[in-house]
Design a protein around this ligand. Structure first.
Ligand code: MLT
Length: 398
């Protein structure tokens, strides 16, 4: 008899997006000819930027020649990509991050769910409610105690600073699912809290490219002192359409420490480096060349066109929903719209929309109890499907 990790028993039976995918699959098998439109999972619909395709073709050709082929790459990413990240995402906006503080990975979901491994089981974790379920589920799997930080309309969906001491706090901005974005003031309060409590903030900024208001912070390191208290996770998925390629990175500053039981300081950067070297074999060379290409002048232009395309979807959808009388949050500086359901539960809204209009959304309750009464729409659809979704929403009785 092998004793199992009982943390798994405390999870809801299915991962949120798998549950929705199963429901859509079941509907498809009953109505094989139905055109089901998804405004559910935030998966991209626009092709990769052309610069990425070209970079991958060149890299693939290199892999085909004895003189230029590559085997295992460096554990933490090729210097050509790390240096581009360091310069473009940090140095050019006045943030000093060193090369060995950047860890290239196969995306934010993995980084964000794996990072908890370097902390003790008995730490107190603070997680917003509603939340991207990966933060919550990965800590439940590890058997940790979680304190939920409610994000409601009354607090503009921004978590309030708690009275209690939390050791690790997960923050996401632009937020998935509510589409809200921290102001510098709001984020500064969290950095101050973390400094006072010797806490660590895991800051997920996977959607940073959707911020158009220059007053809003794209990186937590725009806040003074944040390098002493925060890890930042970023992704090329939502920036440049890499959901099918997989590439992201995490910044673990060298000044950031954890403590042993006896109070001895330990570098989290060293711990994460040890973990990555042991458990990860790097992102493929071809993919890292594609990621590098988005930092070229032409790459930046192509990425910005894709972001504008999705943000126009968000604008069109938000305006149409408001015209239909819905209260909608987000959708500005973020690709997600958080819609207040008029009647019934978020699950009922989801089911009616799916079964009557063949339209997929994400029920807010799947993101936590505070998501009840809301549903999330994504702007990552094609324009055509966004327009069709609006037509269906106008017709369906919800
Ligand atoms: C979402 O829809 O919340 C995200 O696309 C899921 C993910 O990135 O893992």
């Amino acid at each position: 008899m092998v004793e199992i990790n009982s943390g798994y028993l405390d999870l809801v039976p299915n991962y949120l997006f798998k549950d929705i995918a199963d429901k859509v699959k079941a509907l498809k098998s009953s109505f094989p000819k139905a055109e089901i439109i998804s405004l559910g999972i935030g998966d991209v619909t626009q092709p990769l930027p052309k610069v990425c395709i070209l970079a991958m073709q060149n890299a693939a050709a290199e892999m085909g020649k004895i003189e230029t082929m590559r085997g295992y790459g460096p554990d933490f990413g090729y210097p050509f990509l790390i240096q581009k990240i360091q310069k473009n995402d940090y140095q050019d906006v006045g943030i000093n991050i060193q090369e060995d503080e950047i860890f290239v990975s196969d995306g934010s979901k993995c980084d964000i769910s794996n990072i908890q491994e370097i902390f003790a089981k008995n730490i107190k974790v603070g997680i917003t409610n509603p939340v991207y379920p990966v933060y919550r589920d990965s800590n439940i799997m590890a058997g940790r105690e979680i304190s939920f930080l409610p994000c409601r309309e009354e607090n503009n969906f921004v978590p309030e600073i708690p009275e209690e001491k939390l050791d690790v706090i997960y923050l996401c901005s632009p937020n998935n699912p509510t589409g809200t974005v921290f102001t510098k003031d709001e984020l500064s309060k969290w950095v101050e809290y973390a400094k006072q409590n010797k806490s660590v903030i895991i800051f997920d900024s996977a959607y940073k490219e959707y911020i158009t208001n220059p007053e809003l912070p794209k990186s937590i390191y725009e806040i003074s002192g944040a390098k002493e208290v925060a890890i930042e996770s970023r992704s090329f998925s939502k920036t440049a359409g890499f959901t099918g390629l997989r590439c992201g990175y995490m910044v673990v500053p060298k000044g950031l420490n954890g403590y042993t039981e006896n109070g001895e300081k330990i570098s989290l950067n060293k711990m994460w480096a040890r973990r990555m070297a042991t458990k990860f074999n790097g992102v493929s060379y071809v993919t890292q060349r594609a990621a590098e290409a988005i930092f070229s002048l032409e790459g930046k232009k192509q990425v910005s066109e894709i972001i504008t395309y999705y943000m126009n979807n968000a604008k069109i959808l938000k305006q149409a929903l408001e015209k239909m009388g819905y209260t909608v949050f987000g959708g500005e500086n973020a690709p997600y719209l958080w819609l207040k359901v008029k009647n019934g539960s978020s699950q009922e809204f989801f089911s009616k929309l799916l079964n009557q209009a063949f339209l997929v959304c994400t029920p807010g309750s799947g993101f936590g109890s505070e998501g009840e009464g809301y549903i999330r729409f994504t702007a990552f659809a094609t324009r055509e499907n966004t327009m069709k979704a609006i037509e269906r929403l106008e017709k369906v009785k919800l």
